[in-house]
Design a protein around this ligand. Structure first.
Ligand code: ATP
Length: 631
């Protein structure tokens, strides 16, 4: 223990004596200094859940009282998988749920940070969250429009910022190329990552956090990204990132290195001194070995020390803590007031950003083509099956009620795809909402608006027009309008149920299951498959929440009732037989079904459909608000 302690103290002395020299060497290449970030005694715990009922289990400590300094330049947090790199990054960047933080403080240039570090710093997540249908330039403009205050930044200013970032990140050539989606081939992985970084640089932050920026990139592209970060770090940005196993050309660009193992800091200091430090502890690197691999071998216990280390490792840990504390103290003493230089992003401009968010989100095309094709196909199918329904009994009545059941099934089940809406873009929403791009209400309304009009309302008008006139229902235009309204409200009711499920769960498989179940129950209690008058009383309440019931009742009422027959006479002069048939037989049929035979009997169904839709949409909004922004 004494030997290893002496080695560490010696290493500290070497580092301290080199400090002056390295600062000067460093200063030569730094054109501007970023802020210094310190974290002290961070302890972070996760409440584990056990069993099917997710009962509270034991608390798991994932960061164990750790401290360190992250200086202007390139700060790498390295360690094997599960060592706590991302957790540390998230805690110091203010992205991790504060409920798990037992104690510890983060300082930026000597001042304890508050919650608004999230708005003053930039955080690039591991999985790029970009809008695939927009080009690189449009994505950057999107970020600029939402995050820069129009009082201080004119459109020309925003445009010039975007152009500067494109230039700085080497994205000029692909500026007009779309990012790409599952269906569109877009920019390369490296360009994507650079665009993600650019989105965050728009506010000119001086603290830049990145979660594993090289993951998923080939060696050359990874090197380019790190070189880019290195360049940024020389221009007044403190770059802090987690990284898994960098190759040597990447490792040599690090200024500071924090090595982690099982939630503990094993080494925190200059990257180029780490080898020296471990050699003092008896670990010798083999020729041609990559230092980054060597450090991971040490952490994983695959490298052997020539010195006998304490079995528990505790004295060593204590010493490391003392060393880190001394460094923290020294830094605190030397800390400049540079934090005032941290660019504070103005709070997101509510009204402006809302307008921009709506506009930009509306520009994201939905997968409407399939919806439209499906709508026309089913309209033609219904039209052909029930082509010109006769007025003779009993087929006239049977076909009409069968047709409405089939119509409502089509309208309801064609909305199953809507469960994707809030699941597919959940990570984008969490990232943008946490970074203050827009409020939840803005996101919700723009997504709903962008979906309802092109995917539900307009296709339903076509669906109604094709099927209605092919089936040969009442030719009165007002009757057709009532039919279209019924089908549209039925569709909105069904899609609202899908939105509610979509905002509640985060797995598509689960969502499909949860949305199909209520639809099937609603179908059974719709009144076509079972006569609702003879139903078990304790089950019969389910009919009141059945979209099928309201859709079919309103449709049948509209088809059989003579409410508009005077208009029918007025405009279309139908045959007397038709009027008589539709009023007499229809009346009897409606009575048999227990459908209210009054004017309110028609409108109460529309009110009920609006009610169901409103409740589901409100619940969907509440569920969206409840989504955890924290990691
Ligand atoms: N929200 C959470 N819920 C449960 N466990 C968590 C949570 N966050 C972190 N952990 C656990 O904490 C430990 C550290 O996780 P973390 O993601 O920080 O590791 P990492 O070093 O970044 O790993 P990787 O390189 O695989 O991303 C892991 O064991 C992980 O399972």
């Amino acid at each position: 223990w004494l030997q290893s302690s002496l080695s560490v103290v010696r290493s500290l002395c070497v580092r301290m004596s080199n400090k002056e020299k390295s600062v000067h060497v460093g200063e030569e290449c730094f054109q501007q200094h970023g802020p210094t970030l310190m974290f002290s005694n961070i302890k972070y715990c996760i409440q584990e859940r056990v069993g099917l009922l997710c009962k509270k289990g034991p608390e798991k400590v994932i960061l164990k009282d750790i401290s360190g300094i992250l200086k202007p330049g390139m700060n790498a947090i390295m360690g094997p998988t599960g060592s706590g790199k991302t957790s540390l990054l998230d805690v110091i960047a203010g992205r991790k749920d504060p409920a798990g933080l037992r104690h510890g403080t983060v300082f930026v240039d000597g001042r304890p940070v508050t919650n608004d570090l999230r708005l003053t710093s930039a955080y690039v997540v591991q999985d790029d969250v970009l809008m695939g249908t927009l080009s690189v330039r449009e994505n950057l403009l999107f970020s600029a429009n939402l995050r820069l205050d129009p009082k201080n930044h004119s459109s020309a200013d925003k445009q010039s910022r975007v152009e500067n970032i494109l230039e700085e990140l080497g994205l000029t050539e692909c500026a007009n190329t779309k990012i790409g989606t599952d269906f569109i081939r877009g920019v390369s992985g490296g360009e994507r990552k650079r665009c993600s970084i650019g989105m965050e640089l728009i506010t000119a932050p001086s603290l830049l956090f990145l979660d594993e920026p090289t993951t998923g990139l080939d060696a050359y592209t990874a090197n380019c990204i790190i070189s880019l970060l290195h360049k940024l770090s020389r221009n007044g940005k403190t770059v802090i990132f987690s990284i898994h196993q960098p190759r040597y050309s990447i490792f040599e660009q690090f200024d500071q290195l924090t090595l982690m193992h099982k939630g503990d800091v094993v080494y925190a200091g200059k990257a180029d001194k780490a080898l020296e430090y471990f050699s003092l502890l008896g670990y010798q690197i083999k020729a041609f070995n990559n230092p980054a691999d060597f450090f991971l071998d040490i952490i994983n216990g695959e490298a052997e020390s020539t010195l006998e280390l304490p079995a528990t490792g505790k004295p060593h840990e204590t010493l490391i803590t003392i060393v880190v504390c001394v460094l923290v103290l020294l830094e605190l003493i030397c800390a400049t007031d540079a934090y005032t230089n941290v660019t504070r992003v103005p709070g997101p401009r509510r009204r402006e950003s809302e307008r921009e968010a709506v506009l930009n989100l509306l520009r994201t095309p939905q997968t409407s083509y399939a919806q439209w094709a499906l709508t026309v196909f089913f309209a033609l199918l219904v039209g052909l099956i029930y082509y010109q329904i006769p007025l003779t009994l009993p087929e006239g009545l049977q076909n009409r009620s069968g047709a409405f059941f089939f119509l409502v099934i089509n309208v309801v089940f064609s909305n199953l795809g809507a469960v994707e809406l809030f699941i597919k873009e959940r990570s984008v929403f969490i990232h943008e909402n946490a970074n203050g791009y827009y409020r939840t209400s803005v996101y919700f309304l723009s997504k709903i608006g962008a979906d309802l009009l092109p995917n539900r309302i307009v296709p339903n008008i076509f669906f109604s027009a094709i099927s209605y006139y092919m089936m040969g229902l009442k030719p009165a235009f007002l009757s057709f309008l009532c039919f279209t309204l019924t089908m549209t409200l039925t569709s909105i009711g069904a899609v609202s149920v899908a939105f509610m499920v979509s905002a509640t769960v985060n797995s598509l498989a689960m969502a499909n299951l949860l949305v199909a179940l209520p639809f099937v129950i609603m179908m059974v209690f719709g009144g076509f498959l079972v006569n609702l008058n003879n139903m078990l009383s304790w089950l019969s309440w389910l009919e009141w929440i059945s979209i099928f019931k309201y859709g079919m009742n309103a449709g049948e009422y509209n088809s059989f009732e003579m409410l508009f027959s005077y208009l029918l006479n007025l405009y279309f002069i139908p045959t007397l037989t038709q009027i008589l048939w539709e009023t007499k037989s229809g009346e009897m049929f409606l009575q048999g079904q227990g459908i209210d035979y009054s004017r309110w009997g028609f409108w109460q169904n529309q009110v009920a459909l609006i009610g169901i839709s409103s409740v589901c949409l409100v619940v969907a909004y509440i569920q969206l608000r409840r989504i955890k922004r924290w990691k």
